[in-house]
Design a protein around this ligand. Sequence first.
Ligand SMILES: Cc1cc2nc3c(=O)[nH]c(=O)nc-3n(C[C@H](O)[C@H](O)[C@H](O)COP(=O)(O)O)c2cc1C
Length: 198
Amino acid sequence: MSATPTTPDARHADHPIEPLFLKRWSSRAMDGKPLSDAHTHSLFEAARWAPSTGNEQEWRFLYARPGTPHWETFLGLLMEGNRVWCKDAGLLCVIISHKFFARNNKPNPVYSFDAGSAFMSLALQGAAMDLVVHGMAGFEYDKARAALAIPETYAVEAMFAAGYPGDPTKLPEALAAREKPSSRRPISQSILEGPFAF
Ligand SMILES: Cc1cc2nc3c(=O)[nH]c(=O)nc-3n(C[C@H](O)[C@H](O)[C@H](O)COP(=O)(O)O)c2cc1C
């Protein structure tokens, strides 16, 4: 294997955190092999245990793996800039979330927040298993709703690609150049003890 998305030394935390947070990053280089049932189930099992308001578990995951009848449908939802590397993904997924409380059908203000938590759990599990997991907003939301028969009571949140690490030199040049973990602004620019003053 010529590449790995797991480059723990490439990022440095300013304060002590678990190494897995730095290990996770959004690689695009995958080898085209379908994700195994075991890896697929572990990713979604991690998402299952995310926190949510009143344990609503608003998230739902619609997915396809290469070589199956739905693969081209999922690949066809993506913008060209994502399709070019996602053709080698081992799994493509559309994340949706239920917009109303199950108990009383009233609007739930945090369905997207909770779906995001579930994605992060899944992404960290992927990193722990040395898989690529890469979130995407670059797809056609309306097309996804129509092609996958998603009811209006569910929000189309995002897509992600998952797969086994591949050779980054096989990516288009511009993407190969971006194939390294990014950094972050310091927490001092994201937090305030007290009212808003950014
Ligand atoms: C909701 C969401 C949407 C994203 N959309 C895209 C996308 O369409 N295409 C892409 O290449 N990366 C996409 N990304 C990846 C981000 O660019 C990436 O997470 C960010 O630059 C931080 O880098 P890291 O994940 O490697 O730490 C998306 C990430 C998230 C969470």
